[in-house]
Design a protein around this ligand. Structure first.
Ligand SMILES: C[S@@+](CC[C@H](N)C(=O)[O-])C[C@H]1O[C@@H](n2cnc3c(N)ncnc32)[C@H](O)[C@@H]1O
Length: 332
């Protein structure tokens, strides 16, 4: 049974509660948070969210499928005053059907808990996003997300066709006209349901591609031209041969890889400095231990060398005496 969504004001556990539980994860940087969020998409999320900020495109953020929070943490860092970030995930709740349940058992059950997501998120932010724990289809049954309210939606939950098609139908209502939709895993051989639902939305529901990366499909139900043009110019500043344009249904769609986009600094958590200091202390202790071992070895060598050398000298002298004696004995 699905656990009801947290009310917006129920942002507990706080960062303080996480601090007092040593079993919860304490990532130092975003790279320490397990997940599926490649550098190309990290860079492109930052570019798109910055593009929206520069043009004062205001609206809420939604991520469907957070796992342990890798992409959610990044999205949360682009949340602006007056906006709401909502996330939806099954976490420990039951999946709505056996195929989804099999997907959960295979990929996420062993490692995923809502507490771990929250601990990771609170390592980077002071408050949690609004969390809906349960199947993504429930979002359409609640009033959490108002129509035309979202400026950025990332769909990265179930890979099964019927769920993805439902997520897309929901996103179509929730996304602002100038908002960006991101579909994860739109082209993997193990996720044909995502591919089918995504291209169906393009062919029959007016979804228009903005750009493609190896893992994610970026699109809008509005006019993709301004954002595409700005993206093309950004890539050309990095190299005149970039980006590669794939023409599809008469539209030029930039295909991106990491070097086409500006690198981004890894986000640092509240634990970063403490962990750096602990690492430095560990390295110092190792260096001191190595120095102690070397000093002990040197002392040992000093203690051992004189008797050994004396013995070798004695042997050399004895051999020389024997040779001299042998020469004398052999004289006529
Ligand atoms: C690929 S992971 C998300 C990865 C994450 N965005 C990241 O950057 O690392 C997919 C997530 O979707 C969740 N999920 C699977 N089926 C779902 C469903 N029907 N409704 C809501 N969440 C679901 C899983 O629990 C899992 O956490």
């Amino acid at each position: 049974m699905a656990v009801p969504a947290s009310a917006p004001e129920s942002v507990a556990p706080t960062a303080l509660a996480v601090e007092s539980d040593p079993d919860l994860p304490r990532p130092a940087t975003l790279e320490d948070v397990p997940g599926w969020f490649p550098p190309t998409d990290h860079r492109f999320f930052c570019w798109l969210l910055e593009y929206q900020r520069e043009r004062a495109i205001q609206g809420d953020l939604l991520e469907v499928g957070v796992y342990l929070g890798r992409s959610a943490i990044l999205l949360g860092s682009h949340l602006r005053e007056g906006e709401t970030f909502t996330v939806c995930d099954l976490f420990e709740s039951e999946a709505p059907d056996s195929a989804n349940s099999a997907e959960m058992d295979y990929s996420y059950r062993e490692t995923l808990t809502r507490r771990a997501f929250e601990a990771n998120y609170l390592s980077f932010h002071d408050a949690l996003p609004r969390i809906h724990q349960g199947p993504s289809q429930e979002l359409a049954e609640t009033e959490l997300i108002a129509p035309d309210s979202q400026r950025f939606i990332h769909i990265d939950a179930s890979h099964l066709y019927q769920h993805v098609a439902a997520d897309l139908a929901f996103a179509r209502k929730a996304l602002r006209e100038d908002g960006i939709l991101v579909m994860d895993d739109y082209r993997s051989e193990h996720t044909p349901g995502v591919a089918a639902a995504t291209w169906e939305a393009v062919l029959t529901q007016g979804l228009r591609p903005v750009a493609l990366t190896p893992q994610k499909f970026y699109a809008t139900w509005g006019d993709p031209e301004p954002v595409r043009q700005a993206l093309i110019e950004h890539c050309r500043e990095r190299s005149p041969r970039l980006p590669e344009l794939q023409v599809l249904y008469g539209e030029p769609i930039p295909r991106l890889w990491a070097s086409a986009l500006l690198p981004q600094e890894q986000l640092r958590s509240r634990w970063f400095e403490q962990q750096q200091a602990e690492q430095e202390a560990r390295e110092q202790a190792e260096r001191a231990a190595r120095r102690r071992i070397q000093a002990r070895a040197r002392r040992l060598a000093i203690d051992l060398t004189p008797p050994l050398a004396a013995r070798a000298l004695r042997r050399l002298r004895a051999r020389a005496r024997d040779r001299a004696q042998a020469q004398q004995d052999s004289r006529p």
